[in-house]
Design a protein around this ligand. Structure first.
Ligand SMILES: Nc1ncnc2c1ncn2[C@@H]1O[C@H](COP(=O)(O)OP(=O)(O)OP(=O)(O)O)[C@@H](O)[C@H]1O
Ligand SMILES: [Mg+2]
Length: 273
């Protein structure tokens, strides 16, 4: 079923070529760090998660429970202490264009224009000539028209987030990890960008993992939400959000899912709904 409102304006040139048949498998992942005093910080404990096809899976949990730690393992920025992570059957042992990440602060390159930021991945992978047709289309789809040559300090926070989204899609990733990508935005911009994420996902069939502190955002976007325990992060419970899109944020079904997630976060016992 289509989730978003927009369609690709020129489908004859593939903006995205994702088959939608992806699988992330994380099994029994444990991660520790040393703090500034040399003491061990146990961030993740026996955490397992599978994300398949064009699923959007949310992860919520208390601050410090290991959500960002997990995303860094998925995109190959770190290695786990124990456990295994694979994507499409191959062990994850470093970064790949198939798995991209969008951070809380848009993390744009300030010395590059909007257009150049979006094109960055194409240059980095020496595929600019082949893929440059995507740039104006991503700019159009993300509503950044007229700001192509602006530098990050000259655009709003919402525009910066749109630019970061476009940048994350340009290499046609199979999986995107979102680490609270919209948390710095006002409610209005945030709601608009949630719809953009759904629209892009409808076209690209990308698997998505969304870390968020916003329960409403999780219910609005996700097919499934995993609730984590306080550190060390383990799976506390999981809720399937089987509501059709577009979702009505004030419908009794929507409000009920929010209530269920809040109860799962509050309850000290393990919960599965
Ligand atoms: N590179 C690091 N060195 C030392 N400790 C780290 C490192 N990265 C994370 N930690 C610690 O691991 C724990 C989990 O951190 P993480 O950033 O994954 O939490 P989080 O769930 O994303 O929290 P938040 O919701 O606040 O973003 C925290 O106690 C953090 O201090
Ligand atoms: Mg975090």
């Amino acid at each position: 079923m289509g989730r978003g409102k927009r369609i690709d304006p020129r489908p004859e040139l593939p903006l995205f070529a994702s088959s939608g048949k992806h699988e992330l498998v994380a099994e029994h992942v444990t991660q520790t760090f040393l703090d500034e005093n040399g003491s061990e910080v146990w961030a993740l404990d026996d955490f397992s998660l599978t994300v398949s096809g064009s699923e959007i899976v949310g992860i919520i949990g208390p601050s410090g429970c290991g959500k960002s730690t997990f995303l860094r393992l998925v995109v190959g920025l770190d290695e786990p202490l124990s456990g295994a992570l694979s994507f499409d059957g191959e062990t994850i042992n470093g970064p790949s264009v198939a798995r991209s990440m969008v951070f809380q602060n848009a993390n744009l390159f300030e010395w590059l224009t909007v257009e150049e930021n979006i094109a960055f991945g194409l240059h980095a992978t020496h595929t600019y000539d082949k893929g440059k047709y995507k740039i104006p289309r991503l700019i159009e789809m993300m509503g950044l028209g007229g700001f192509e040559r602006a530098y990050p300090p000259q655009i709003s926070g919402g525009m910066a987030s749109r630019c970061a989204l476009a940048r994350s899609f340009v290499l046609n990733p199979s999986l995107i990890c979102f680490d609270e990508p919209l948390s710095a935005l006002d409610a209005f911009t945030r709601a608009a960008l949630q719809d953009e994420i759904l629209a892009m996902q409808t076209i690209a069939h990308t698997s998505m993992i969304l870390v968020t502190h916003d329960i409403e955002e999780a219910v609005y976007l996700c097919d499934r939400v995993v609730v984590m325990t306080p550190r060390p992060g383990r799976t506390k419970g999981e809720l399937t959000i089987d509501l059709p899109h577009p979702r009505d944020r004030v419908s009794p079904e929507f409000v009920n899912r929010r209530r269920q997630l809040l109860a799962m976060l509050d309850d000290s016992e393990s919960v599965s709904v």
